[in-house]
Design a protein around this ligand. Structure first.
Ligand SMILES: *Cc1c(COP(=O)(O)O)cnc(C)c1O
Length: 383
């Protein structure tokens, strides 16, 4: 195969400062990691509560491997559905106070499986302009009409809804915490609009699950909107420190997804040990108020200090703190200089974020110490 045409595309990316490469960890995830052989402070993981390397979760996984084996052997509907899968779904439904829950192999697969199951060519999906790529891909797979409304703009969303035929099937979908800006969706207002215009509503809590809400259920829990949100989706790979994703919803919708959702039907069940580990993670999240307080204090402190240094942190109010640079090559250069000082912060560039908004994306966790945060601030000051 002649790969010249591919290399030309890659060169073009490189020229624009948008070429991507992999870095490798030689340690578990944590506040401090070994990256390409060097010990550095880590400010890019989504392991908000420090559970990715938690002893209780690791032990649960190890015990479950002994008991249930490693692979699940088949899709859920064939013979891969094991008691830990059922157990995890029962726990999730109870946790979220919904009729039922369904587990997917990842958040990406949940979003690309839920939306096409519910929507078709005749439907319209109203999606925040900054929603996660997996939501956009789900809408494309559904072949539904995609209307991207301006970020968090309730008025614009209302205008769009007003002009749609009453009989058309509609879905409003939004991240609750936006993964690259670290701001929150105006969920209460969106929920009100959905009920006024009889639209279904789906909320992606990937970055809010475990982090917000008294029990860590997410922003929907924090705002007591559980009864109004039709589809609460979230991932088990971020604050929960595991892998996989959930949808918490009504029983009819769950049955519908089991029958119609292709990314649920046509893939092997997650390893049972993973489901069992996630059940332990859920328990830790439920009792994790102190972790959430630490997380909040760490992010408030870091954001205030970074702002005081004159950086634009956009509208962040969460542990995701963007540091707007604009130019992709400059963002990469800044990330590189921080790494030289032992601080790992990834640069985020288009197409992950809109053109002209390249940035460093800092994420804080509950496990970072005050010294860690000060070390980062000092490195930034030097630059
Ligand atoms: C990370 C993320 C996903 C994907 O979840 P995975 O479990 O990592 O596949 C979906 N939506 C949002 C908003 C995310 O941030």
């Amino acid at each position: 195969m002649n790969t010249d045409f591919l290399q030309k595309d890659l060169q073009a990316l490189e020229d624009l400062g948008m070429y991507r490469t992999l870095k490798t960890l030689d340690s578990p995830q944590g506040r401090e990691i070994i990256l390409d052989g060097r010990r550095v402070l880590n400010f890019c993981s989504n392991d908000y509560l420090g559970l990715a390397n938690d002893t209780r979760i690791k032990r649960a996984a190890a015990e479950a491997i002994e008991k249930h084996g490693f692979g699940s052997g088949a899709s859920r509907l064939v013979c891969g559905n094991m008691s830990p899968h059922d157990g995890l779904e029962a726990d999730l439904a109870q946790f979220k106070n919904t009729e039922s829950a369904l587990v997917y192999s990842s958040g990406y697969m949940a979003n690309t499986g839920i939306i096409p199951a519910l929507m078709d060519r005749h439907s319209v999906v109203l999606s925040d302009r900054l929603n996660h790529a997996s939501i956009v891909d789900g809408i494309v797979l559904a072949r539904a009409k995609l209307v991207r409304y301006p970020h968090a703009d309730v008025q614009a969303l209302g205008e769009i809804l007003k002009n749609l035929p009453v009989s058309q099937r509609k879905l409003i979908v939004t991240d609750s915490v936006f993964s690259m800006d670290g701001d929150r969706a105006p969920l209460k207002e969106i929920v009100d609009l959905a009920s006024s215009y009889e639209a279904m509503i789906m909320v992606d809590e990937a970055h809010a699950f475990g982090v917000f809400g008294r029990c860590g259920g997410g922003l929907v829990e924090e705002l007591s909107l559980g009864a109004q949100v039709d589809i609460q989706m979230g991932t088990l790979s971020k604050a929960a420190g595991c892998f996989g994703a959930y949808v918490c919803t009504g029983k009819v919708l769950r049955d519908y997804l089991i029958n119609k959702s292709r990314s649920f039907i046509y893939t092997t069940a997650m390893p049972p040990a993973l489901a069992q580990a996630a059940r332990v993670a859920l328990k830790i999240i439920l009792g994790g108020s102190q972790l959430r307080r630490n997380l909040q204090e760490n992010s408030d402190y870091l954001r205030a200090e970074i702002k005081a240094m004159g950086f634009d942190t956009m509208n962040s109010t969460t542990p995701i703190i963007p540091l707007l640079v604009k130019d992709p090559a400059q963002a990469v250069a800044l990330s590189k200089r921080l790494l030289e000082q032992g601080i790992f912060v990834q640069a985020i560039r288009p197409p992950t974020v809109p053109k002209g908004t390249a940035r460093l994306r800092l994420t804080v966790t509950a496990t970072h110490t005050k010294e860690d945060l000060d070390q980062l601030l000092n490195a930034l000051k030097k630059i």
